[in-house]
Design a protein around this ligand. Structure first.
Ligand SMILES: Cc1cc2nc3c(=O)[nH]c(=O)nc-3n(C[C@H](O)[C@H](O)[C@H](O)COP(=O)(O)O)c2cc1C
Length: 279
C-alpha cells in the first residue's frame, strides 16, 4: 500500500502539490495508470457486469442513457478492429492483440430515436450537434466509471482513440444501428506486472484549476514546470523500454499537425453517414 505522499509524488513529480483531503477512493483514482501490456488471463466472470453497473451509475444527460458498449473477445474480430485502429505510420496499439477483451464505447441515440418513431413523434433534437455531443459525453462518463471499477478489481485498461480512424468501418463490423458510433475503444485485462506503464505525471493543479475567473497567465506560468516533471518519465521509459518520447510540448506540437489525424479528419463525414446531421 503506497502512502499519500508516494502516490502524489508519482502523479505530480517535483511540482508543488496543495494540501488536500484524502481517502481510499481518492487514493485509487489518483493511482490510475494506463496498461499497454497484459497477461493472457481471462477477465473473471462478473467483472464486466460490475463495470457496466458502475458505468450505468454515472450521471447521464436527462436520464436518457444514450450510450452502449460492445465487448469483443473473439480474437479474429479483435484483430480486425486492431487493424482499423492502426495509425498511417503503422504504429498502432500492439496491446490490442494482447488484451483478452476490447470494449467499444458507443454514443447511441438509436434507442431513443426508435422510441420517438414508435408514435411518429417528430425528432428535431437528434439532428443537432448538441445531441451528438450529449451521447458522446454520456459514453465518456460511463466508460470512466467502468475504468474505476475495473481498476478496483486489479484489472487495467487503455483507451483507444484510434477506433475513430475508421469510424464507418468499425460501425459496420460491429453491426451498429444508425445514429450510433464508436467514440473510443478500450483494452481490458490484467496488467503484466513485469511490464507496467510508468505513472504519467500531470501538470500541477494551477494549470487546470481556476477560481472564479479564468487566469491564462497564471496557468501558463504553472505549466512551465511540467516539461521537467514529464522528463523524469521520458528518462524512465527510455531506460526500461527503449521508448524515446519527445518533451511534452514537442508532443503537443506534433499532435496539432496533419499526420496526427490518421483518418479522423473524415470523422464528420463518417458520423453524418451514421445518421448524425450535426446541425
Ligand atoms: C479518449 C482517449 C483515447 C486514447 N487513445 C489511446 C491510444 O489509442 N493508445 C494509447 O496507447 N493510449 C491512448 N490513450 C491513453 C492516454 O495516452 C493516457 O491516458 C495518457 O497518456 C495518460 O496516461 P495514464 O492514463 O497512464 O495516466 C487514450 C486516452 C483517452 C482518454
Amino acid at each position: 500500500m503506497q502512502t499519500q505522499q508516494q502516490i502524489l509524488s508519482a502523479r505530480y513529480g517535483q511540482q508543488p502539490v496543495p494540501d488536500m483531503l484524502w481517502n481510499d477512493q481518492i487514493a485509487a483514482l489518483v493511482s490510475h495508470r494506463t496498461a499497454r501490456a497484459y497477461l493472457p488471463d481471462a477477465v473473471p466472470a462478473g467483472a464486466l457486469e460490475a463495470m457496466v453497473a458502475a458505468a450505468q451509475s454515472a450521471s447521464t444527460s436527462s436520464n436518457h442513457h444514450q450510450w452502449s458498449v460492445v465487448a469483443v473477445s473473439e480474437p479474429a474480430l479483435k484483430a480486425e478492429l486492431s487493424a482499423l485502429a492502426q495509425g498511417s505510420a503503422g504504429q498502432g496499439n500492439p496491446h490490442m492483440h494482447e488484451a483478452p477483451v476490447l470494449l467499444l464505447w458507443v454514443a447511441d441515440l438509436s434507442r431513443n430515436a426508435a422510441i420517438a418513431a414508435e408514435t411518429g413523434t417528430p425528432n428535431i433534437v437528434h439532428g443537432h450537434l448538441d445531441a451528438f455531443l450529449m451521447a458522446s459525453v454520456d459514453a465518456a462518463l460511463a466508460s470512466q466509471n467502468a475504468v474505476v471499477a475495473a481498476e478496483s478489481l486489479g484489472l487495467a485498461v487503455c483507451y483507444i482513440g484510434g477506433m475513430r480512424n475508421s469510424a464507418a468501418e468499425v460501425a459496420q463490423l460491429l453491426g451498429l444501428p444508425s445514429l450510433s458510433y464508436v467514440v473510443f475503444g478500450m483494452t481490458l485485462g490484467y496488467p503484466d506486472p513485469q511490464r507496467l506503464s510508468e505513472y504519467t505525471p500531470r501538470p500541477q493543479q494551477a494549470v487546470v484549476l481556476h477560481h472564479n475567473c479564468y487566469d491564462a497567465n497564471a496557468a501558463a506560468r504553472a505549466l512551465e514546470t511540467y516539461d521537467q516533471a514529464f522528463d523524469g518519465m521520458r528518462e524512465a521509459l527510455a531506460g526500461r523500454f527503449g521508448i524515446h518520447l519527445k518533451t511534452w510540448r514537442e508532443g503537443v506540437r506534433g499532435s496539432v499537425q496533419a499526420a496526427y489525424m490518421d483518418g479522423r479528419e473524415n470523422l464528420r463525414q463518417a458520423v453524418q453517414g451514421r445518421g448524425f446531421e450535426l446541425k
